[in-house]
Design a protein around this ligand. Structure first.
Ligand code: RIB
Length: 339
């Protein structure tokens, strides 16, 4: 570090700032220092910096399912915000498994990441989260509301989202609507179900126990298997609300495999509005979450908590939006309506 400072004609402190707090160093000076570093082959020892108590210039993002395009959009938003503050994003996939998530959190704390964004694999008031935060690593909750209200979170009003889905199907005349839902340890699944049931209750309809399907993972395969079971019954439902788009795409596969027409024989609604929904075999009606904005705003809240001693915790709740496509209205239905 001293050799670099001497060659660049600056103090060691200025070299340190150029590496750790580049916003505090004039652009021309920072470029000259970086050029000397590149020419000298100097590589800062991040582990030594962390031994001196410094935080790594990185934040972690722990998602439930790396295969879900929703989290790809969330990750893109988080990475753009982190990049604005010269932070890297370390992506971890919990797969919805609590033990795996706990192992990841412990390693991230040991690596002294600046902070953690996470979509919790279960109830977000676990003791480990509390201990990690108490020891100085901030955690911002994604796609979930905090159960204690004492930390930053960014989510969508999933109760309203479930209500939008249910009300849309009810307004189309459906009264036998099935639900394919993810694990109820995941808060968004609880809220989407609650909103859906509220929409049914508004017209005196009910969710039959046989139509209330819970799956262990919110994947295409689980959605296809659950829908196949529903549709193979002598008296199948006329519509299915799936609490994410992967489940809904699976349900479409099952309907087409059973040679059922969507929506004429079975209407299907998803949740998220990920990129493929408009290009699905039958373009999917879904509830849009602003995934990029969730990730971007959550990362900004986290980095403010990291950098700002006067940080105040915030809970941001975005409003979902119903996106109507052929999987509920159908091109044929539109022609019929057109008369
Ligand atoms: O976080 C649980 C679910 O909410 C994810 O599967 C994602 O699709 C979002 O909708």
């Amino acid at each position: 570090m001293r050799e670099v400072a001497d060659q660049a004609g600056v103090s060691v402190a200025t070299v340190s700032n150029a590496l750790n707090r580049p916003e505090k160093v004039a652009e021309e000076t920072r470029v000259r220092i970086q050029q000397v570093i590149d020419d000298s082959g100097f590589i800062r020892n991040g582990a030594a910096a962390q031994l001196r108590g410094m935080r790594s210039p990185s934040v972690a993002l722990v998602v439930l399912d790396i295969d879900n395009p929703f989290f790809a959009q969330v990750s893109r938003g988080a990475e753009e915000a982190a990049n604005e503050s010269n932070h890297l994003v370390i992506l971890c996939n919990s797969g919805g498994e609590r033990d795996r998530e706990s192992r990841q959190l412990r390693v991230l704390e040991e690596q002294r990441v600046a902070g953690i964004l996470m979509a919790p694999a279960g109830h977000n008031s676990s003791r480990l989260y509390y201990e990690i935060r108490r020891r100085g690593t901030p955690i911002v909750l994604l796609d979930q509301r905090p159960e204690r209200g004492d930390q930053c979170c960014v989510a969508v009003d999933d109760i309203e989202g479930g209500r939008l889905a249910g009300r849309h199907l009810v307004e189309l005349g459906h009264r036998r609507i099935a639900l394919i839902n993810g694990p109820t340890v995941i808060a968004p699944c609880v809220d989407r179900r609650a909103g859906f049931l509220a929409a049914l209750a508004e017209v005196g309809a009910e969710l039959k126990p046989d139509d209330d399907i819970g799956v262990g993972a919110m994947t295409i395969a689980e959605g296809e298997a659950a829908a196949a079971r529903l549709l193979s019954r002598p008296d199948p439902p006329t519509a299915i609300f799936c609490t994410n788009d992967l489940l809904a795409l699976g349900a479409e596969h099952a309907a087409l495999a059973a040679r059922l027409a969507i929506p004429h024989d079975i209407a299907i609604v998803g949740y998220d509005d990920v990129a493929f929904t408009s290009m699905a075999f039958v373009p999917l009606t879904t509830v849009r979450q602003p995934a990029y904005a969730l990730g971007y705003r959550a990362a900004h809240l986290l980095l403010d908590e990291v950098a700002n001693p006067d940080h105040h915790h915030e809970g941001l709740l975005f409003t979902p939006e119903l996106v109507v496509r052929e999987s509920t209205t159908g091109i044929r239905a539109q022609h019929e309506i057109a008369g």
